[in-house]
Design a protein around this ligand. Sequence first.
Ligand code: HSE
Length: 438
Amino acid sequence: MRPLNIAILGCGTVGGGVAKILTEQKELLSKRAGREINLKVIAELNPPAAISRFNLDKKYFAGGGDTVSREDASKNIQNILEAEDIDVVVETMGGKGNFVHDTCLGVLQHGKNLVTANKALLAERGADIFKEAEDKKLQLGYEAAVCGAIPIIKGIKECFTGDIINSVCGIFNGTSNYILTQMQNKGLDFSEALKLAQKEGYAEADPTLDINGGDASHKLILLIKLAFGMEVTMDQLSITGIQNITKNDMDFAREINSSIKLICMARRENNQIFAEVRPMAVKNDNTLSSVNYAVNAVRLDNKYSDTHFFIGKGAGSSETAMSIVSDIVFIARHGDVETYNEKNNLVLGDSKKIAFPYLVSFKTKNLPGTTGLIATEIGKQGINIETVSHNRFSGETADFSVETESCEFDKIEKAIAEIKKINNDLLLEDPKILPILY
Ligand code: HSE
């Protein structure tokens, strides 16, 4: 069989990692694939940096290894798209702008298989890219786009085809998990933990997408599509980040034997999918509560085979690159085949209707009767209270939390609205409402 020829577009952190594994392990990968896997060409704006960072031979670079202009880089990419002998194009440029989108679509339109780690592109602008792969019966590998090295795409696509997935949930963002772990373990507040994450290289200089739940949502959208055959947009998803989690929230969670985690969840109930991304208080008995630092985890609850956990590295150069390489080996073994693209007639349910027990934290004026009034209004909504924490006093203010039994979110909201009606000055800020995950 002739070699499987690979082109890489973009040789930064992930693309460089792919080139490194493909060159270092060429013989082994070819043996595993049953045919030669051949890195043919890399299109990159700054080859000298990639060559020294990843110890690569300049022969792989379009243009011979010298720095290239944007115009020449575009020409190099166009040449790769049109080259007869390229079988797989790895897109590791990143971004979700028109150039990257059109390039990825162009790869498939030119009859080549596409492998990418680009979750933002696939989740927000991927509909026509998935469709093109399906129409052309080409492979679209995106294992690396969801939780880095964790094999959740192949897990769902290849290993649970005999099952029905009822729920996908987990910790899909390592940066926010690192920050929450440091807050929990070291008693840091959010901004201190963020600074530490940046210092240790776990958070970008601009950490917005990691802390506001955007990056985790991209991954959830891709898993909802795969597990449930349903298209969901960012606008439709209920997304809350970790920016407003405080030391007090951490302490209240600890008091009820829980840790706060940024949880992505999508659950099938009849013909509805309930999905959301938000911080939750995860009880210590739940495996997700002990997934710490930058580690990711995906939990599947299936109709026939029950519960499965996938835990591992969700980011990093060699970790993410490894997933891309495993997609390449998969393509080498299986060739161009119809992309798995199940479509189901499901609708997105109102996430406020998911019943959870809740941990509700209050910052109030330090006045007699406050705890009683708040507990009474919660009770009036038919919500059973499990525990009320100690009050934490600080000058004129008191913080305390209420752990409820399972109820719908809008009942908690109704109770808070009633408390505000009775005394609009009592609550010093909007209470924090965290679902509790057992
Ligand atoms: N920045 C992400 C994380 C990895 O912290 O998990 C890439 O999605």
